[in-house]
Design a protein around this ligand. Structure first.
Ligand SMILES: Cc1cc2nc3c(=O)[nH]c(=O)nc-3n(C[C@H](O)[C@H](O)[C@H](O)COP(=O)(O)OP(=O)(O)OC[C@H]3O[C@@H](n4cnc5c(N)ncnc54)[C@H](O)[C@@H]3O)c2cc1C
Length: 427
């Protein structure tokens, strides 16, 4: 109990979302977690605080699972592993490697907790690869009354379909069972191409490569194209050029903010600074790169086949608007899954993300881009900024009412809700 303090000040990674809770706790085991949840009038769980939306703040009890981390067990035949919900992705990589397993996919950082990443539909890139939630084989939930419920495709399947992406609104995820794959190495290739050359090639590049990740600079058209594919050769030096990724990016964001007229010329320099590169390493080392430049982000997932057209229109809208933004637009593909509130429910999507430097108001950019993303049938990332409320979100999710029913059954008094969730879920 010593890690608990009263009156916890809290802020997210970008500093945009802040909150103050009457109580903060880091339970040391599941029994303590259950007692804390049962006693508190309202509870929110926090992972690494890497969401940009106000999912986490609560005036009552803020619960961190930072002391509930690590591997609980694994099945070497089925390649499944059960881990504590508080385990960070950067801990998971080496931990799984030791038992010959790896996550099938990861996003571009590894700071998140597994429970937090799963809960918002966090994803990497790959037309044939689902989000982190899609790799979940089972969940263990601590419910509002302190009881425990296990769910999987075979056990409480309705709860499972609701819980896979559930924003911490059904209970606190104490354990996650992951369907992994045998550990593998990846070859990363990076090159810079013009957007007009790239756009018609996107569908075939997505088919031909296990992962495709593009960063488009709208004012110059320069695009950093990253592909990842399985590699047989031994791992080499995996460190990325942090000077370009972080120091140059921060410098460019500062200069472009102070002197917007330099935004386009600076974007044209990207090709010179980034160039082409290649590296091979264990999958978990290749996926994640350090992100030291803070930003706020909006990301929508549009039907995969409409991705290239939507990307082109987003870039056009940014150029036409005159809004100054240096950080590139990110474009990825994600396979479909069956979780009721997953943005990827029902089929593959193209994910399009815009970022604004943390010292600039993100909303002038987001207001330009959001109507375009919505026109293409986009669903917002639950952990990234958007302007949608429950009525609009309900239209995007065929199983919205099924989720609502299960949530009401498990938490009729709304113990796991906060103001933001009441707005987006209409609860
Ligand atoms: C620099 C940066 C890079 C990013 N890159 C990507 C990316 O490549 N792909 C992508 O999809 N997203 C990305 N994101 C978004 C991020 O992955 C998600 O917002 C993710 O949910 C954050 O995980 P977290 O552990 O920080 O969770 P938090 O932000 O702390 O919480 C997220 C949600 O999970 C809930 N939660 C946390 N722990 C539990 C638990 N034990 N039980 C139940 N609910 C819980 C919280 O209540 C909240 O609703 C990025 C964010 C940043 C800041």
């Amino acid at each position: 109990m010593e890690a608990r303090s009263s009156g916890a000040e809290w802020q997210n990674w970008s500093g945009y979302v802040r909150g103050r809770s009457r109580a903060f706790a880091q339970p040391a085991d599941e029994d303590e977690l259950r007692a804390l949840v049962a006693q508190a009038p309202r509870v929110r769980a926090v992972g690494a605080g890497h969401s940009f939306t106000p999912l986490v703040p609560t005036e009552h009890l803020l619960l961190s699972l930072d002391r509930l981390t690590g591997l609980l067990g694994h099945d070497p035949q089925r390649y499944t592993a059960t881990v504590w919900g508080g385990t960070r992705l950067y801990e998971l990589g080496p931990m799984l490697q030791e038992v010959g397993q790896a996550l099938p996919n990861m996003g571009d950082i590894d700071r998140q907790s597994i429970a937090g990443a799963v809960s918002t539909g966090t994803h990497g890139s790959g037309l044939g690869l689902g989000s982190l939630a899609a790799g979940v084989a089972g969940l263990r939930l601590v419910l509002a009354d302190g009881g425990v419920l296990e769910c999987s495709p075979a056990q409480n399947p309705e709860v499972f379909r609701a819980a896979g992406v559930s924003l911490g609104t059904l209970g606190v995820i104490s354990q996650v069972t992951l369907q992994n794959v045998p550990s593998y190495r990846l070859e990363e290739r990076v090159r810079v191409v013009g957007l007009s050359t790239l756009l018609p090639q996107l569908p075939s590049l997505a088919q031909e490569n296990r992962h495709l990740d593009c960063h488009v600079f709208p004012f110059s058209g320069q695009t950093i194209v990253k592909t990842l594919n399985p590699a047989q050769e031994p791992a080499g030096k995996t460190e990325v050029n942090s000077f370009v990724e972080n120091t140059v990016l921060r410098w460019a964001c500062e200069v472009a903010r102070a002197l917007p007229v330099l935004n386009a010329p600076l974007q044209r320099l990207v090709g010179v600074l980034v160039g082409s590169s290649r590296r091979v390493g264990e999958s978990y080392r290749i996926f994640a790169t350090p992100r030291e430049v803070r930003f706020n982000e909006m990301e929508y997932h549009v039907p995969a086949e409409r991705g290239p057209e939507c990307l082109e229109e987003v870039c056009h809208a940014i150029r036409r608007s005159g809004v100054q933004v240096f950080i590139p637009v990110e474009y990825r593909y994600v396979a479909g899954d069956g979780f009721w509130l997953s943005p990827f429910q029902g089929g593959a999507r193209a994910s399009i993300a815009v970022h604004q430097y943390h010292k600039q108001d993100p909303w002038p950019l987001f207001r330009v881009v959001e109507p375009v993303l919505r026109r293409y049938g986009g669903r917002p990332h639950w952990g990234k900024m958007h302007g949608l409320k429950a009525g609009e979100l309900r239209e995007l999710y065929p199983h919205w009412d099924d989720f609502r029913r299960v949530r009401l059954e498990l938490d009729p008094r709304g113990k796991f809700l906060n103001a933001h969730l009441r707005e987006v879920l209409g609860a």
